[in-house]
Design a protein around this ligand. Structure first.
Ligand SMILES: Cc1cc2nc3c(=O)[nH]c(=O)nc-3n(C[C@H](O)[C@H](O)[C@H](O)COP(=O)(O)OP(=O)(O)OC[C@H]3O[C@@H](n4cnc5c(N)ncnc54)[C@H](O)[C@@H]3O)c2cc1C
Length: 511
């Protein structure tokens, strides 16, 4: 094998996944067609759950240094914004940051961790057999073949990996094309925001920095133009005048493009040794700024599981849990972007519906629920049905402030920076027996809660997964916590032959 894992596609999702794998000691390589990160940023938002994940890898502060914090999100650009400031998160805001900047931070992280990035290299075929995967590629040195145990298609909407794996991409093509431009608008005061909805179309203008604006236009007169037809300055100017009543002195455009409401999802995220993540697995109308965020969250769900398979500790069910856990959340995102696209319309009935929904969003509980959805803080997974019930099982862990045995304060997110499982003993009778010392992928921490955290009061011990979700939490009322913990760790982090002296057979997994 040349590598343990080859990632095809070095966009944000590929870079994140490569870093996750390298952090776990996996020999990984990215094949990327482009010479360098594209300066043209589709995404402009990093949402709360993604920021939490970045915090768990020590990357959040690097992103914060480059972006602007906004205490809100939106649903279909309704008049009432989604209030992120009330969310139960240490990252309760949107970070406004061009995708190219996010990619730069992730690429540097991956490189620092030793990831090999082969740029100007295009994968041209992928073939898997019993032992591994052969990737045919064409790069600066000509054509060649690389082999790895696994391949992940992080290769975007037109994914070669998805096609070669024969995975259907179910959904529909675009019915409407919109115009995007990043341009100077000297007729607007610096950092202005413009949002207009009228019979002639919809326009939204946001400042990227003091000189450049992101212009988004849904112009019915230009909605049937092919995605591949370049946008011209004349078209941009006339669409701006039609929808906003002015071209705002439109001067220089750095980038002009089209995007639509095509909505599709791969029917499976795994085909034996091949996996899909990010846009390779789903495409949708980019409303609410969710696609890259969800892709990054997928990368962090898959990374430690794939590392477990490479390193040999992963129970059999763990790799399949990637599809089981992530597929429903992408389906939900596709649903909400379809709903948002329906609401971004100026027909009288829809305008009335927008007004009703805006009023509903004034109710804090409604606003909160929608904010949790768009921020992805609502994401939770099926709880481990072999663990004792606890409300935290399967949920994401908000950041915990812990008092360690030596009296120091520590954040659970900081402890997760190693990319390892966190076995957190919180009860005074829960001791680190040293039993798990041979698990290189697990760290044991004895601590107490230094700040109140919802639902953690009765927790004796919890196993927090490397992606920050709670595998299980054992309540203090458990009659035999030591054996419940032992069974739970083995179920998730694998059984080490050398520990038990048995055949090393894995226990049947959770569903
Ligand atoms: C107008 C617009 C606005 C958006 N705004 C937001 C937003 O605010 N927030 C948000 O979260 N998301 C947003 N998105 C979505 C976001 O841009 C994508 O979800 C994100 O880029 C997906 O990342 P990815 O790594 O999966 O794929 P990509 O970014 O598409 O990267 C795939 C990479 O694979 C490479 N590649 C492809 N095929 C091969 C091959 N055969 N060999 C080698 N390399 C290959 C490509 O060169 C590319 O670099 C927006 C999208 C659009 C269109």
């Amino acid at each position: 094998m040349d590598y343990d894992v080859i990632l095809i596609g070095g966009g944000p999702v590929g870079m994140m996944l490569a870093g996750e794998l390298a952090l776990a000691g996996v020999h990984v390589c990215i094949l990327e067609r482009l010479k360098s990160t594209t300066p043209f940023s589709r995404a402009l938002t990093v949402h709360p759950r993604t920021l939490e994940i970045m915090d768990m890898r020590g990357l959040k502060s690097k992103l914060l240094d480059r972006g602007r914090r906004l205490p809100r999100g939106h649903f279909a650009s309704l008049d009432t914004p989604l209030d992120f400031s009330v969310l139960d998160s240490s990252s309760n805001y949107t970070l406004f940051l061009p995708q190219s900047e996010t990619e730069e931070v992730l690429e540097q992280w991956a490189l620092d961790l030793g990831v090999e990035i082969r740029r100007e290299t295009e994968a041209i075929s992928v073939h898997q057999d019993e032992e591994g995967v052969a990737v045919r590629m064409s790069g600066p040195q000509g054509e060649g073949t690389l082999r790895s145990a696994y391949v992940v298609g992080t290769d975007g909407a037109k994914s070669l990996v998805r096609k070669q794996a024969g995975i259907p991409f179910e959904g529909h093509d675009a019915t409407f094309m919109a115009i995007l431009a990043d341009a100077a608008l000297p007729g607007l005061p610096p950092m202005s925001v413009v949002s207009r909805m009228g019979e002639k179309g919809i326009v939204s203008i946001l400042p990227i920095d003091s000189t450049t604006y992101r212009i988004l236009i849904l112009d019915p007169e230009r909605s049937f133009v092919s995605k591949h037809e370049p946008v011209t300055m004349e078209e941009l100017r006339s669409s701006l005048i039609r929808t906003a009543g002015s071209d705002f002195g439109l001067a220089e455009a750095k980038w002009m493009s089209r995007f639509g409401n095509a909505t599709r999802q791969a029917s499976r995220y795994r085909e034996n040794r091949l996996f899909l993540a990010g846009d390779a697995a789903h495409i949708h109308f980019p409303a609410g700024g969710q696609g890259m965020n969800i892709g990054l969250q997928e990368a962090v769900n898959l990374g430690w599981k794939l590392a477990g398979a490479v390193k040999g500790w992963a129970p059999e069910w763990l790799l399949d849990s990637y599809h089981a856990e992530r597929f429903p959340w992408s389906t939900a995102m596709l649903g909400n972007t379809e709903a948002q696209f329906t609401l971004i319309d100026t027909s009288p009935g829809v305008m009335e519906l927008r007004s009703i929904m805006s009023k509903l969003l004034l109710h804090p509980e409604v606003n909160h629920q929608m904010a949790e959805q768009i921020s992805a803080l609502n994401v939770h997974y099926t709880s481990d049905d072999r663990a004792p019930y606890h409300v935290l099982n399967g949920k994401r862990s908000a950041e915990l402030i812990l008092r360690l045995k030596n009296g120091d304060l520590a954040s659970s997110y900081q402890l997760l920076r190693s990319g390892k499982f966190l076995l957190l003993h919180l009860s005074s009778d829960a001791k680190n027996s040293g039993e798990w010392n041979r698990y290189g992928h697990l760290q044991v921490i004895e601590a107490s809660l230094a700040a109140k955290a919802a639902h953690w009061d009765d927790v004796h011990t919890a196993l927090i997964r490397p992606d920050g979700h709670i595998a299980w939490a054992v309540p203090v009322s458990d009659p035999d916590p030591a054996s419940t913990i032992r069974d739970g760790v083995v179920r998730w982090a694998g059984e080490l032959r050398s520990l038990t002296g048995d055949s090393g057979e894995q226990k049947p997994g959770v569903k």
